[in-house]
Design a protein around this ligand. Structure first.
Ligand code: F1P
Length: 355
């Protein structure tokens, strides 16, 4: 950080640029018609396997759940390292979708080589990088250059690549309605950003937390994972993630007022997830509810609440649901005197030495 730039100046700008970035990425994809032609080239009636590392693996989890919901086809997410170390676990036949913001991550490149050269699979690569080895290995590619970040941590690249994969799923599932909804999303989310910032800043300013838990189900589990990673990366805090109802099965033993438990509440699982929220509040945890709408139970059980208030179907809200977690990691890092633009111990890309 040079002496005259404030800590986190790049990261906060990148977070607040998300709606505009989604708009330009989705419009570029629509203009070229590349998703339509890509959809015709990709395999049909096989399982889709989404692959990535770090944030890109959590993006893979959210994308896989979205894919099954939007297309009715089987899909799963696997970290690139699992394919490297346990190739026998890789499901065949399948259509691999490899995710890498940089296009330089060694594990993803190794997997791309293995799938293309050894298994003769035609992989799809989605990246925000320009002229990368990644795009040269893959048979098909989606490039979102406008979504790349200066910062180490992924924020707008995560949500933009997720929305692009959801748009591809909508193409595959012949969901013209969903494509329209994605196009309207930036205009709905932009006016909500200020309220999100006010709520998250008041939460961060109100007290220090000893640790953090993030809970989600379905496509929101990948969002909970990514929110957990943002808090870890940008504020060097201890954070965990579970499927919401899984939290009852042991992990809730850690609940205390110093623990901030964030519920990323779906519509599909609303009643069951809000029940857990009530139980955790009764155990004395400090709770943050991120939902599209609220009700008396949430208002009673959530110490803090972010209501997205988006007039879009549940699947279209998955990307926007990660923004409060991005802001939480950012403002917690700033409060701890850290610089989210240059997180401790991290680099923008994990490139391993070849032995
Ligand atoms: C993704 C990644 C990030 C992590 C850090 C290092 O790499 O592992 O998840 O936060 O920035 O890179 P990529 O393959 O998506 O470029």
């Amino acid at each position: 950080m040079n002496e005259n730039s404030a800590a986190g100046v790049n990261t906060i700008a990148e977070i607040l640029s998300e709606p505009a970035t989604w708009k330009s990425c989705l419009e570029a994809l629509d203009k070229t018609g590349e998703l339509k032609s890509l959809n015709e080239k990709l395999l049909k009636n096989v399982e889709y396997v989404f692959v990535g590392c770090g944030s890109s693996f959590y993006l893979a989890q959210a994308a896989a759940a979205s894919w099954s919901i939007l297309t009715g086809e089987k899909a799963r997410a696997i970290p690139a390292s699992e394919i490297m170390l346990f190739p026998q676990l890789f499901p065949l036949p399948c259509q691999p979708v490899l995710i890498s913001r940089s296009g330089y991550t060694s594990e993803v490149l190794q997997v791309a080589e293995y799938l293309e050269r050894k298994l003769k699979l035609r992989t799809l690569a989605i990246t925000c990088g320009k002229d990368t080895p990644f795009e040269k290995i893959a048979s098909h590619r989606i490039k979102l250059l406008a979504a790349d970040e200066k910062s180490t941590v992924m924020t707008r690249s995560f949500t933009s690549m997720l929305l692009a994969l959801q748009a591809l799923a909508a193409e595959r599932g012949q969901r013209e309605d969903f494509l329209k909804v994605l196009g309207a999303l930036p205009g709905q989310v932009a006016p909500r950003l200020n309220d999100m910032q006010v709520t998250v800043r008041s939460l961060v300013d109100s007290r220090a937390y000893a640790d953090y838990v993030f809970l989600g189900q379905g496509p929101f589990f990948g969002v909970a994972q990514e929110s957990m990673l943002k808090v870890k990366e940008m504020s060097c805090s201890y954070a965990q993630c579970f499927h919401t109802l899984e939290f009852r099965h042991g992990p809730k033993a850690i609940v205390s007022p110093e623990t901030l438990i964030t519920f990323i509440i779906s519509e599909t699982g609303f009643a069951a997830e809000v029940q857990v929220l009530e139980e955790i509040k009764k155990l004395g945890g400090t709770t943050l509810a991120i939902s599209n709408g609220s009700n008396s139970t949430i208002r009673r059980a959530a110490d803090y609440s972010v209501e997205l208030s988006l007039d879009v179907p549940e699947s279209a809200r998955v990307g926007a649901s990660v923004i409060p977690g991005q802001l939480l990691g950012f403002y917690t890092g700033i409060k701890k005197g850290l610089n989210p633009d240059e997180p401790r111990n991290l680099s923008r890309v994990v490139m391993l030495e070849t032995k």
